[in-house]
Design a protein around this ligand. Structure first.
Ligand SMILES: Cc1ncc(COP(=O)(O)O)c(C=O)c1O
Length: 401
């Protein structure tokens, strides 16, 4: 039972018919078989501009560069903004691609912490302490992979105030834009700032459930002409691989304009129900501390390692879980955050129920009660993050929690 970040794996979350029809139309049109401008065709760029613009952040086609998935956008942004020897600030836990790209380019990385006890908000004081003269940009991811968190407007404004103090550009990974559970609201970073230059990267991958179509974009939200040189740099970088395939560019305006809201809602409701089932189960399992997500497709679960003395690490724990129960979860060491694992929420409901049962077997089999667990800090750290499940004091007294 493999829980991968690709929502198409099990076939339970089909794409909307609009996407298929738009590509068929684009194919039959015969206008989209050739090369196109390296930054993308004008109509498709304008469609993205219309899609991401808000009353407080208006962009036009010339502010958009189409990319081969969001990964390509991130690669272009990091290459363009930082020189070898400079540093960029990355979230911890965070999507591992940021580090992979930066390190391969000789760019140094520094990690700022996300706080589980505050639903994975950024520790802004610690972030600010990392900024130095060689800092070139700050990367933020909202909604988050791997945390499933969605920042509140207030927290986003605090982030932007902090970034503005240092006149740095923000790289906003918004590939999970609008992917928020009921009761939460999505804001783009660009919609909340008039001063911070924001380079947002998004795409069709997650919200439209078509990662294989490799359609992403960069949106340049310039402020006070701070990004004129960056625009030139991005334009030059786009010529290296000539962006995403033309056929999907031809389909993009229709996809973005006509996909019905009911499709988005159905997908999110499905994932939220899975999140609730996993959360209910993990809360009951001894030595596990789930942090209820607010959006995206993931949940992080803390492991009280003192309660599982057989295992040396989250890697060890998840390896044994897959060996004994065939349930694969990613150890959060992959996200620079040991003693947690990440669960993917897009799997079919019957597999969620089965996985919950197998994880129950696994935990009940390996758990060893201890009276006071504060050895690695995980239990206490995760416990206060549980949106009302256990306080730090309770964690010390409730057997198995
Ligand atoms: C946070 C985040 N950013 C970027 C990507 C890459 O997206 P794409 O497949 O469009 O390149 C992913 C994919 O899982 C992701 O989780």
């Amino acid at each position: 039972m493999r829980f991968s970040g690709d929502p198409t794996v099990f076939g339970n979350l089909p794409l909307d018919a609009t996407c298929e029809e738009a590509v068929v139309e684009s194919l039959h049109n015969r206008k989209y078989n050739g090369y196109c401008p390296s930054v993308g065709i004008k109509e498709a760029r304008q469609a993205v501009a219309d899609y991401v613009s808000t009353p407080t952040s208006q962009v036009e086609a010339e502010d958009v560069i189409l990319t081969s998935g969001c990964s390509h956008g991130l690669e272009m942004l990091i290459s363009c903004l930082a020189d070898p020897g400079q540093n960029i600030l990355l979230p911890r836990p965070g999507f591992s691609l940021y580090k992979t790209i930066a390190v391969s380019l000789g760019i140094r990385v520094k990690f700022y912490d996300l706080l589980p006890e505050r639903s994975w908000e950024i520790d802004l004081q610690q972030l600010e302490s990392l900024i130095d003269d060689s800092t070139a940009a700050i990367v933020v991811c909202n909604p988050s992979n791997p945390c499933g968190s969605v920042f509140s407007e207030e927290h986003m404004r605090d982030i932007l105030t902090t970034v503005a103090r240092h006149s740095l550009p923000l790289i906003a990974d918004e590939i999970y834009e609008h992917f928020v559970f009921s009761g939460f609201k999505y804001h783009s970073f660009a919609s909340l700032s008039e001063d911070v230059p924001i380079l947002a990267s998004g795409g069709l991958t997650k919200r439209f459930l078509i990662p294989g179509w490799r359609m992403g974009w960069i949106v340049v939200n310039d402020r006070h002409d701070a990004l004129s040189e960056v625009r030139i740099g991005l334009q030059k970088l786009s010529t290296r691989i000539l962006g995403p395939n033309t056929l999907v560019q031809g389909a993009l305006p229709r996809i973005l304009r006509d996909t019905p809201d009911s499709f988005y809602r159905q997908t999110i409701d499905y994932i939220e129900e899975n999140a609730q089932e996993f959360y209910r189960t993990f809360r009951e399992l001894p030595g596990l501390h789930p942090v209820m997500p607010q959006g995206a497709m993931y949940m992080m679960v803390g492991i009280d390692m003192d309660s599982y003395p057989e295992f040396h690490s989250d890697v060890d724990f998840t390896e044994r879980l897959v060996t004994e129960e065939s349930v694969f979860c990613l150890p959060a060491t992959c996200f620079e955050y040991p003693n947690f694992f990440r669960v993917v929420l897009t799997v079919p409901k019957e597999k969620v129920t089965e996985a919950c049962q197998r994880m129950r077997n696994f935990c009940e089999h390996h758990f060893q009660p201890t009276t006071v667990r504060n050895g690695n800090g995980c239990a206490i750290q995760a416990g206060i993050a549980l949106n009302g499940s256990y306080s730090a004091e309770e964690l010390q007294t409730v057997p198995g929690k």
